[in-house]
Design a binder for this molecule. Structure first.
Ligand SMILES: Nc1ncnc2c1ncn2[C@@H]1O[C@H](COP(=O)(O)OP(=O)(O)OP(=O)(O)O)[C@@H](O)[C@H]1O
Length: 272
């Protein structure tokens, strides 16, 4: 369970990216974070694992306030948070298996990780995870030989190898095509529910968020302006989050994309 209490961040430049954000994400809940560019979504995710230092407020993971920890304790506590990134952040020249095992780095002594000698239980877990994300037969391939969707599956398996208590997911589908995006979102939601894991997903794609998230939080100018289930994300709520102009532009963009996809489909059908 994650509790944010009065979380605020003002950068040295004077930009206030978060203002008094309070949220609770219970176990097993997958929460989508939406909002226009500059709303503070990345800052929120980064304040939770303290890649960005909050100016004030609390980040409670269970009973531990991560904001108050010194360096050593923070390093240990960060193991409890799995990160999944837009650009996958894999080590391209290592194998799929080695990438997944790197999720255990926070747990094994330095000499073992340096020699890449992981305990058998870690290797067993990694195989189980590769099987779960559908990549068993790719275990020995180099990461750079995989497709985008497969790489993101490795990213998910690596985060799970950490045995996290929370997943932070930053734009997981931004580099993927629509079909692969849906497959990845489905996998993420299944994994959260199977493992009773809470997750925060920073997601630009509103329809995708509506389809897969149990709860959506809308940020605007660093404040929470919407917090509810996807079916309450009405046009009025979206206008509140994005502003009338941006929201209409986004809708127009979606309509254009849908029209282009329909046209391409019709052309394909005419050919075959
Ligand atoms: N390192 C930084 N130094 C100064 N200001 C920053 C820094 N990072 C972000 N900001 C500012 O904080 C605000 C929130 O930025 P943030 O990147 O968190 O928004 P976002 O919602 O993730 O945007 P996007 O969807 O474009 O990634 C913006 O005004 C941004 O300019």
């Amino acid at each position: 369970m994650l509790h944010l209490q009065g979380l605020s961040k003002t950068y040295k430049t004077g930009d206030t990216a978060l203002s008094d954000v309070s949220l609770t994400v219970p176990k097993g809940q997958i929460m989508g974070l939406i909002g226009p560019s500059g709303a503070g979504k990345s800052t929120l995710i980064r304040c939770i694992n303290r890649l960005v230092e909050p100016t004030s407020g609390k980040v409670l993971l269970g009973d531990t306030d991560l904001v108050r920890l010194g360096k050593g304790d923070l390093r240990r506590q960060r193991r409890r948070i799995g990160m999944i990134f837009q650009e996958y952040a894999l080590v391209e020249r290592l194998t799929v298996m080695e990438n997944v095992l790197s999720g255990r780095l926070g747990y094994v002594p330095f000499w073992r990780s340096f020699l890449r000698r992981y305990p058998p239980s870690d290797i067993e877990r990694a195989y189980r995870l590769l099987d779960r994300v559908g990549l068993m037969e790719h275990a020995d391939k180099r990461a750079d030989a995989l497709s985008g969707g497969q790489r993101q599956r490795v990213g998910i398996a690596r985060a799970l190898a950490q045995e996290p208590e929370l997943l932070l997911v930053d734009e997981p589908t931004a580099s993927l095509d629509p079909k692969t995006s849906r497959q990845i979102m489905r996998l993420l939601t299944e994994i959260c529910s199977e493992n009773n894991l809470p997750a925060i997903v920073n997601i630009h794609d509103v329809p995708l968020a509506q389809q897969f998230m149990q709860r959506i939080v809308g940020l605007r100018a660093g404040r929470v302006v919407f917090d509810g289930p996807p079916d309450q994300l009405t046009e009025a709520a979206l206008t509140e989050i994005y502003g009338a102009e941006d929201w209409n532009a986004m809708r127009a963009g979606d309509r254009e994309q849908a029209a282009a996809e329909a046209e391409a489909q019709a052309r394909m059908e005419a050919i075959v």
